[in-house]
Design a protein around this ligand. Structure first.
Ligand code: HEM
Length: 535
């Protein structure tokens, strides 16, 4: 079971964009190569804007060479860095997409975004829903649903209400780590941290969305939940094949059938839990009792949303809200384990803000600047959505002094931008302090926008942040961990300084994951360790 989970985690981390199949296609088909020099790229001062034809261009053969022979097919984020060196901040790739690869151009396009911003065609997702008469969610039918979903999710004060629920899940994560460590051959190792964090994230987001627990952190995952996890993996892992294969192959090759079966599993599981909630609400309404609840209850009691739309929205929120959070947590822990001084600073902050043996609350973690900076810096270095897209659909647009017709696809090179040394000196170093508001000059806000920007930005941002703050602060808090790991207490007591203590915690917790990280990075596109940080 663990192996299957690990495999599915690996498959999921291969996604480049959040559920946005067409945009993912762009990533794969976008060009690389060409011989033009970077100096031709920007020409803002001209009277008449130049056009896309004037941009450095990448041919299909160059793309193929880079992907296959230079091995960029699974290091696409590094390709952004490489291409920027070759072509400068703006260039034309395959399928006529235009890559924007500087903080200035990123800001320019996002500030010109439309009222209903578009990331691209979602027909791969809508097709299944249309076939089965199912409802859409925020990815597939944005404008009608987003306003409703924003409520109770978007504002930091909204997320605080989920603090108690998330903390229960964090407690179970810690118990599970304790259990796994105790039962490991050496008595202190967790052998598949990414798997545990995936389970944690799924349990966390489910407990908010379904207002009930689904057992991901139990010793044995309930069969229905395991099927659901497998369905998510199945849907994602077959998406790419379904997207690139012509439709006539669907009855001949296995991918389409598997892809559809994946969606069926997802909707079946989500539908069951939603129906259960609906019944409970109905019973209370019939008895004239007050209806209580948070997210799902709010959506279900909202007369502007049909139950079909609730099904569609919950399914899409679930898909977007699991590996994003778990991978970021994984990277944050990995980075802390490599930078003991940062770990020590974090440990001290948590100890200072939270009385010993108390669980940090949602309000308390919001007052921990270093904790927030750690997450921000981890997301800068390893953004889970390292590349995104925008299409200006309504009108022509001028970007960087170039004129583009409407419907031009722009690829946003977030990974390269967030590693630009002009914005982030020593970009390959983990330096959470660059985000502190302590009088130092702060980086350009568009330098790292891991949750996107504007009205189309991540709807789950506040919940994701809260989940990460609550879990990281408790893993960092020596009291909690030593309390949890009673058998290991003497090791902690033997350690001479806080740093050593917390290092030990991280070491035991994270060290076995290094192999996982490396195997993920070697076999898939992202996340990936830059060479200078390889373990
Ligand atoms: C570390 C965690 C996360 C990161 C880094 C992240 C990042 C992103 C990014 C970059 C986008 C695209 C924004 C844009 O195009 O401007 C996005 C969209 C989205 N995210 Fe997240 N996300 C995270 C967690 C979550 C969670 C926990 C949920 C669900 C509760 C969620 C739900 C969504 C949804 C529904 C969208 C589509 C929004 C729309 O199209 O209007 N995300 N996310």
């Amino acid at each position: 079971m663990a192996a299957r989970l690990a495999q599915s985690a690996v498959q999921r981390s291969g996604r480049w964009l959040l559920p946005c199949p067409r945009a993912a296609a762009l990533v794969w088909t976008r060009g690389a190569g060409g011989t033009s020099s970077p100096s031709v790229a920007l020409s803002v001062s001209q009277d008449k804007p130049r056009t896309a034809e004037d941009l450095p261009h990448v041919s299909f053969l160059e793309l193929l060479y880079r992907m296959v022979f230079q091995g960029y097919y699974n290091r696409l984020h590094e390709l952004q860095v490489y291409e920027k060196q070759l072509y400068g901040p703006i260039y034309r790739g395959g399928l006529k997409s235009v890559s924007l690869n500087s903080v200035k151009l990123l800001e320019e396009i996002l500030r010109k975004d439309e009222k209903f911003p578009s990331r691209g065609d979602m027909s791969l997702w809508t097709e299944y829903r249309d076939m089965k008469g199912l409802g859409y969610g925020p990815f597939t039918e944005w404008y009608n649903l987003r306003a409703m979903l924003n409520k109770r999710m978007l504002h930091p004060k909204d997320s605080v209400q989920y603090g108690g629920v998330i903390n229960e899940v964090v407690t179970d994560l810690l118990k599970r780590i304790y259990y796994l460590r105790q039962n490991s051959p050496t008595g202190d190792l967790v052998t598949n941290v990414s798997n545990e964090l995936y389970r944690f994230s799924l349990e966390g987001i489910s407990s908010i969305l379904f207002e009930s627990r689904i057992g991901c952190l139990e010793k044995e995952i309930p069969a229905g939940t395991q099927d659901f996890i497998d369905s998510i993996a199945q849907m994602f892992s077959n998406s790419m094949a379904v997207m690139v294969m012509p439709k006539w192959t669907r009855n001949l090759l296995p991918y389409w059938g598997r892809y559809i079966a994946g969606w069926e599993g997802i909707f079946k599981f989500a539908g069951k839990l939603i129906d259960k909630k609906m019944e409970a609400i109905q019973q209370r309404v019939d008895k004239n009792q007050e209806v209580e609840g948070e997210y799902l209850t709010y959506l279900l009691s909202n007369t502007q949303m049909t139950s079909k739309e609730v099904y569609g929205s919950i399914a899409e929120l679930l898909l977007a809200g699991v590996d994003t959070t778990s991978n970021t947590l994984m990277w944050a822990m990995y980075l802390l384990s490599r930078y003991p001084e940062a770990q020590d600073t974090l440990y001290k902050e948590v100890s200072r803000c939270v009385p010993a043996d108390q669980i940090p609350s949602a309000q308390e973690v919001m007052q921990m600047p270093y904790l927030k900076a750690v997450i921000k810096e981890a997301l800068r270095m390893y953004p889970v959505v390292p590349m995104n897209a925008r299409i200006i659909t309504e009108k022509d647009v001028v970007i960087g002094g170039y004129h583009f017709p409407k419907k031009t696809v722009f690829t946003l090179c977030h990974y390269a931008i967030s590693h630009d040394e002009k914005t982030f000196p020593e970009p390959w170093k983990f330096k959470p302090e660059r985000w502190l508001r302590d009088g130092r000059e702060r980086p350009n806000p568009f330098g790292s926008i891991p949750f996107g920007f504007g009205v189309r930005g991540c709807v789950g941002r506040r919940i994701a942040e809260l989940e990460m703050y609550l879990s990281l602060s408790r893993v960092s808090d020596n009291n909690q961990v030593s309390h949890m790991a009673k058998n290991k207490l003497k090791d902690f007591q033997a350690a001479r300084s806080h740093t050593e203590k917390s290092c030990l915690v991280y070491h035991c917790f994270i060290a076995p994951a290094y192999d996982t990280i490396i195997s993920v990075t070697q076999s898939l596109s992202f996340p990936c360790l830059p060479d200078n940080q390889a373990v």
